[in-house]
Design a protein around this ligand. Structure first.
Ligand SMILES: [Zn+2]
Length: 258
């Protein structure tokens, strides 16, 4: 499952391939033939991301909504592109590029008048141009659920996956089981600011880096973490504890995050 920064990065990359261009759209698999016909020959105005949702905004008041889910993926090519595979749900082509969307969880059109209602179904996006931390903070402070669960609830806040969750709580020395109602506005604002900064690094480098060691120019890395997937806490040298929360593995240091 991609974390929020990967979809923001895709939105940025796909904008370079599609924005301002007339798009041809087909559904080689056939399952999105009607939708493809509606956006075919429209201009892609821009793209945006909301957490793990990627949105392409078209000139004919339609927005294409893609959620990859666990098994979906994009294949991007420069023109002239190879023919699409039969399993391709949707191919978008501009004069310069082709993007194939394969196996997505969601592939649908949202008319512009329904877009705001769609956005309000989810918590505010950490990387939004106009961030709304107050909306997330209010939702967290109303809840008796543990902060570790709330951070991954996309209805509370959009963009945090399992790796960022573990890392951010460790960085701020927060006990993952702290209830939302027991946190202060100041703590939550600081948490928001840190999460936003980490995700911005994720978009810039296309990798999850939470330990401050940025890659050198040309160096390709996927992640650099403090405690996620690790055995020993780099701060206190005690063992990292692994537990299950909502079916996902939660890493934390019982010593630093007590
Ligand atoms: Zn520790």
């Amino acid at each position: 499952m991609p974390e929020g920064h990967t979809i923001h990065r895709a939105a940025r990359d796909h904008a370079e391939m599609m924005s301002g261009q007339v798009i041809s759209a087909i559904s080689p698999q056939g399952r999105f033939a009607d939708g493809a016909a509606i956006i075919d020959a429209a201009t892609c105005k821009s793209t945006s991301a909301l957490g793990k949702h990627l949105l392409y905004h078209f000139s004919n008041q339609q927005t294409l909504h893609i959620h990859l889910g666990l098994g979906g993926y994009f294949v991007c090519q420069t023109q002239p592109a190879d023919p699409p595979r039969d399993v391709t749900r949707l191919r978008l082509e501009s004069a310069t590029h082709a993007i194939d969307i394969i196996g997505p969880n969601t592939c649908e059109l949202i008319p512009s008048e329904a877009l705001e209602a769609f956005r309000r179904r989810y918590g505010p996006d950490l990387l939004a141009d106009n961030p709304e931390p107050e909306r997330a903070i209010a939702a967290i402070r109303k809840s008796r659920a543990p902060i570790a669960r709330l951070l991954m609830d996309q209805k509370v806040i959009s963009g945090i996956g399992n790796i960022y969750r573990a890392e951010i709580l460790w960085l701020r020395k927060l006990n993952p089981m702290t209830r939302g109602v027991d946190m202060s506005d100041e703590d939550l604002q600081a948490l928001w600011d840190d999460m936003r900064a980490l995700l911005q690094i994720g978009v810039e480098t296309n990798s999850i880096i939470t330990n401050g060691l940025l890659p050198k120019k040309g160096e390709v890395i996927t992640e650099r973490t403090n405690i996620f997937g690790r055995e020993i806490c780099p701060r206190c040298n005690n063992a990292i504890e692994k537990s299950k929360l909502s079916g996902r593995t939660l890493y934390h240091c019982p010593e630093c995050q007590s």
